[in-house]
Design a binder for this molecule. Sequence first.
Ligand SMILES: Nc1ncnc2c1ncn2[C@@H]1O[C@H](COP(=O)(O)OP(=O)(O)OP(=O)(O)O)[C@@H](O)[C@H]1O
Ligand SMILES: [Mg+2]
Length: 282
Amino acid sequence: MSVASLPSREIHAQLEAVTRVFPAAPGAGAQPPVHALGPVDLDLRKGEFFAVVGPSGCGKSTFLEVLAGLQKPTAGTVTFEGKVVNGEVADGIGVVFQEDASFPWLTVWDNAAFGLRRNGVAAAEIRRRVDDTLAFMGLKDFARAYPSQLSGGMRQRVCIARTLVLQPRLILLDEPFGALDAQTRLLMGDEVLRLWRRTGASVLLITHALDEAAMLADRVGAMSARPGRFIEVIDTGWPRERDSTIVGEAAFGEITARLWERLRGESLKALGHAGADSMAAE
Ligand SMILES: Nc1ncnc2c1ncn2[C@@H]1O[C@H](COP(=O)(O)OP(=O)(O)OP(=O)(O)O)[C@@H](O)[C@H]1O
Ligand SMILES: [Mg+2]
């Protein structure tokens, strides 16, 4: 079943019947295998902003890591720009992780330069790209600061900058604003829209916040409880020039309500599992 294929638009990345099962841990009485994901089919279009929502533990991070090439699918095929992705991060894909992954021992500037130095990019080019990206992310005045001297939102911007300097054509963001307060999240959403427009990259954002997905994305994929599968993909129809002020529009409320209608039962299922697990542990 191809849930979200629109053959009229160029496909940037594709998942075909992708599943991920974590094998049983060795040893008696250990954890049985966990079927975390799929089967999932998805066509990501070039230049689109796609958001994924779903209950906690449904397999969203697993989905992102399989798409990025950080994990091998157990079955099925992932392709990026026509080439198979299989357990190695493809050139052109940038990832921003769920947790703050800034390096505390490096300044903001050196955090941003890290990947370019590792790739052996010439010093002048590193300087140009890092200065430009830090200015774009509003971090210019903090270039010499260390992550511990920044707010949580600023640290996440450092992580985004570190990925952006590598000029990825597909940017994967795993709940990058999870730990931030609601207002900061709205503003960070605007930042991501801005970078999406400026870079022309395709963006895939994982979030548990339905309003965030409804506000930011061209399409929102709603995932079932584990094993995560797409139960619906909603076209938001937003214009490319948009920002967080669309939260005042009627269509925003309708999209958010529709997502909740689809996810309410799945979230209860996910909670039920968690409850059963914790009761069993008592
Ligand atoms: N390395 C691993 N080994 C074994 N099981 C794993 C591993 N990583 C994830 N899982 C399991 O796979 C399932 C999906 O996890 P995943 O982290 O993808 O969920 P998620 O949707 O990102 O959750 P959250 O919203 O809480 O971030 C969970 O049941 C988890 O326990
Ligand atoms: Mg996750």
